[in-house]
Design a binder for this molecule. Structure first.
Ligand code: RNT
Ligand code: ZN
Length: 420
């Protein structure tokens, strides 16, 4: 039997097995194919970006490791993303940070950037048929060392307000040109290493800055705002201005979408349980799918229970149309294209499993108080042949099936990234 035949046979058997549970595989596959994941550009180069004034990565985030072959130029980054896309079924988006502009070898400060620095990205994205999302970059800059939008110093705040304003305008223009709303995420690192006596002052400053920023209305047809909280950063252990309460409060009050980063909460707190609550009060949710490990919030996403719970909760709450799925991690210790392939494919698998869940039966059990039956069926679902469906999806999409992408990445490493 050829490999193709084996995959097709396994798929046919899996379709029958799911039919026994009343699940139709085809619509589940259609939903998976419609799931456009916003892939973060910053795994390819350890969040370095292309500003001429190169500085360290700051803001309490860190990419540890020194695996050879990181993208050093826009061309290299685009080539790596294009390679990653050949390993992924479906149609995805690319999430850019402001520091990834095409600055033409010139120093352009953050309060000076405009759409011209991103035109080549828009053109490239159009050429390869993907959409872009965008982020202001409120870190890795000399003016971010003592806070940004919440800083005590007004000049500093004004500088960052200008930066974020410009980024929102850039996002709107990206959206206009690509014909799909560009999601603009605002995350800022402001916080304190040690006990602060000014917690409320920073938060008031921050609220004022945000009010100024969002008083400029942008066309929702072309751009959508989201805002991300955090618990702590490296060197910012004691206090974070943009805590969960601050961000969720601001977003709900101002009708802005909430960004939930899986790595931004207490170690035993997961974002899956937040989805059904936030979806009731915020217009939309942006996910930063990530994997916290101890102090690090940004390990490569794998198919673990937390990820599965996120996908399940979105599907069970029936809020796929309100949730935007993006990735956020950076591991500098392994092949970076491999990091993309593993993370995106794991996310897709989690959603596929969620789409294939026999929810009607499970709900019936729950409504009848048949809690053993609910538990048993949930357990059995874990071992259902969903991987045969995913393999078939990859085959049909013309991308490597199962572990076959390892060899593809090794080849690209040999031919391209190892020569950098
Ligand atoms: C940092 C936030 C933020 C960044 C990116 C680079 O903790 O998660 O989203 O990771 O903007
Ligand atoms: Zn994030």
């Amino acid at each position: 039997m050829s490999k193709k035949e084996r995959i097709e046979q396994a798929y046919a058997a899996a379709v029958e097995r799911f039919a026994e549970l009343g699940i139709d595989v085809k619509p589940a596959l259609d939903k998976l194919n419609n799931l456009s994941i916003s892939i973060h550009c910053w795994q390819a180069d350890d969040v370095a970006g292309f500003e001429v004034a190169e500085g360290d990565l700051t803001g309490g985030i860190q990419a540890t490791g020194n695996y050879p072959g990181k993208a050093r130029t826009i061309e290299e980054l685009r080539s790596d993303v294009e390679k990653a896309l050949t390993l992924l079924p479906g149609k995805h988006r690319l999430n850019l940070h402001a520091i990834y502009g095409d600055f033409g070898g010139k120093f352009v400060d953050r309060d000076q950037i405009d759409i011209t620095h991103f035109q080549s990205w828009i053109d490239w994205a159009k050429e390869i048929g993907i959409y872009l999302d965008f982020n202001c970059t409120c870190f890795s800059h000399p003016k971010s060392d003592n806070g940004t939008l919440s800083a005590l110093d007004k000049e500093t705040r004004d500088f960052w307000i200008e930066h974020v304003q410009r980024c929102r305008a850039i996002a709107e223009e990206i959206g206009r040109q690509q014909g799909s709303p560009c999601i603009h995420n605002l995350w800022f690192p402001d916080g304190q290493k040690d006990i602060t006596v000014d917690a409320s002052i920073y938060r008031k400053n921050m609220k004022d800055s945000l009010d100024k920023i969002f008083s400029v209305k942008r066309d929702p047809k072309y751009m959508k705002d989201c805002f991300e909280s955090k618990l702590f950063g490296i060197g910012l252990e004691s206090y974070t201005v943009g805590s969960n309460e601050f961000v969720v409060g601001y977003c709900v009050k101002n009708n802005i979408m909430v960004t939930l980063d899986a790595g931004h909460y207490h170690p035993t707190e997961t974002i899956s349980d937040k989805i059904s609550a936030i979806a009731l009060f915020a217009p939309e949710i942006m996910l930063h799918v990530s994997r916290p490990v101890r102090w690090d919030s940004d390990h490569v996403v794998i198919l673990n229970d937390d990820l599965q719970a996120i996908a399940h909760e979105i599907v069970r709450a029936d809020v796929m149309d309100k949730v935007n799925v993006g990735l956020d991690y950076f591991d500098a210790s392994i092949n970076r294209i491999g990091a993309y392939a593993v993370g995106v494919r794991a996310t897709q698998k989690a959603f596929l499993r969620a789409f294939l869940e026999p929810l009607a039966k499970l709900r019936e059990y729950e409504a009848n108080g048949q809690n053993f039956q609910r538990m048993a069926l949930l357990e059995e679902c874990k071992a259902l042949p969903w991987s045969a469906i995913y393999d078939y999806y990859c085959l049909e999409s013309g991308v490597p099936v199962a572990e076959d992408y390892i060899a593809e990445i090794e080849k690209y490493e040999k031919d391209v990234t190892s020569k950098r």
